[in-house]
Design a protein around this ligand. Structure first.
Ligand code: TUI
Length: 312
């Protein structure tokens, strides 16, 4: 399998693991890189010192390239940018904002940058920077999301944007993988499916909640604040939906949402935790080792190609 992405990064499969806050640690990232994809440590709102430790751990666990996702809304963002530049990680992905003001520092450290864009408008602005590629993340994704579907967003970006496009949002199997390449992507990024792996250190309750999810089990809250987040429905989400309807203030949201992602990931709090997950949760039925997840996606991708071949 060869795409612009496998060639650029020297990896076996054009498959990124999304850098999920509180979820994507060195162990998960290294497992994905060792299995032929690109593992990504999720900096989330963590301190720079935590990110540095995870980079060092990942380097002990794999000799393959890996990346760090920088969540641009984090209060620790400056420190995290310094750490990834000092450590000279291979790849940085950015989310939840425009990474423009950090691009020069990344370039000086020769880091390949893949910003995440939820719209064509943002992708066009980002294209003016020296980026290695762009991640087109559709509204099916989990966590902080846009509202354009993956199907439309990837087609738009792949047609217009000159750098390679990575498709994200709603992909969890080989059919989705092949569909993304058919739309013009050179690779994919998957998040939710990697939560349900043996190497992922989240609470067992969180994994089980994803396994139980159906296609309408997730909802987006926080739209009234312009901070839309897709999660599995629970008591917390019902409360946030009510606040959206009533036009609650950012402070009121913060009061119940603060710490809720950690509560889900580490404590397995199914009622008051923020169980961030994409719509692809409906496609996930078992907990497997990372290597098996990736190999089954790739073999289903080849089967899908062969099935399509008969149609033309
Ligand atoms: O970043 C994500 N997903 C995330 S970040 C996250 S951590 C978090 N925790 C608590 C509350 C909120 C977030 C959980 N999930 N995905 C990438 C992504 N980036 N999706 C959408 C965007 C995005 C949005 C606006 C990127 C750029 C952007 O730019 C606005 C502008 O023009 O500056």
């Amino acid at each position: 399998m060869q795409t612009e992405i496998t060639k650029m990064l020297g990896i076996k499969y054009p498959l990124f693991q999304g850098g999920m806050a509180w979820v994507s640690d060195a162990e998960l990232a290294a497992a994905v890189s060792n299995a032929g994809g690109l593992g990504i440590i999720g900096a989330g709102s963590a301190r720079g010192s935590w990110v540095r430790e995870e980079i060092k751990k990942a380097r002990k666990l794999t000799t393959k390239p890996f990346g760090v996702n920088i969540m641009l809304m984090s209060p620790e963002v400056e420190e995290v940018v310094d750490v990834v530049c000092e450590e000279r990680v291979e790849v940085v992905t950015t989310g939840a904002g425009n990474p423009g003001k950090y691009m020069e520092r990344f370039a000086r450290s020769e880091i390949k940058v893949f910003p995440i864009a939820p719209t064509l408008a943002l992708a066009r602005r980002l294209s003016r920077y020296p980026i290695a590629g762009i991640i087109a993340e559709g509204g099916e994704a989990g966590g902080h999301v846009g509202d354009v579907s993956t199907m439309v967003l990837v087609a738009l970006l792949a047609k217009e944007i000159k750098t390679p496009v990575i498709a994200a949002g709603g992909i969890a199997d080989g059919r989705g993988f092949t569909a993304a390449l058919a739309l013009g992507a050179e690779g994919v990024q998957l998040g939710t499916v990697f939560v349900c792996t043996q190497e992922c250190n989240v609470h067992e309750n969180y994994k089980q909640a994803i396994l139980k999810a159906k296609e309408r089990s997730t909802t987006v809250t926080g739209k009234s604040l312009n901070r839309p987040v897709r999660c599995l429905e629970n008591k917390l989400v019902k409360e946030l939906e009510k606040m959206d309807r009533e036009g609650a203030s950012p402070e009121e949201f913060e009061k119940i949402a603060a710490g809720s992602l950690r509560e889900a990931v580490q404590e397995g709090n199914l009622e008051l935790g923020s169980l961030m997950a994409g719509q692809s949760a409906a496609l996930i039925n078992t907990i497997k080792p990372v290597g098996e997840v990736i190999e089954s996606i790739i073999s289903e991708a080849y089967e899908t190609r062969d099935r399509l071949d008969k149609f033309f």
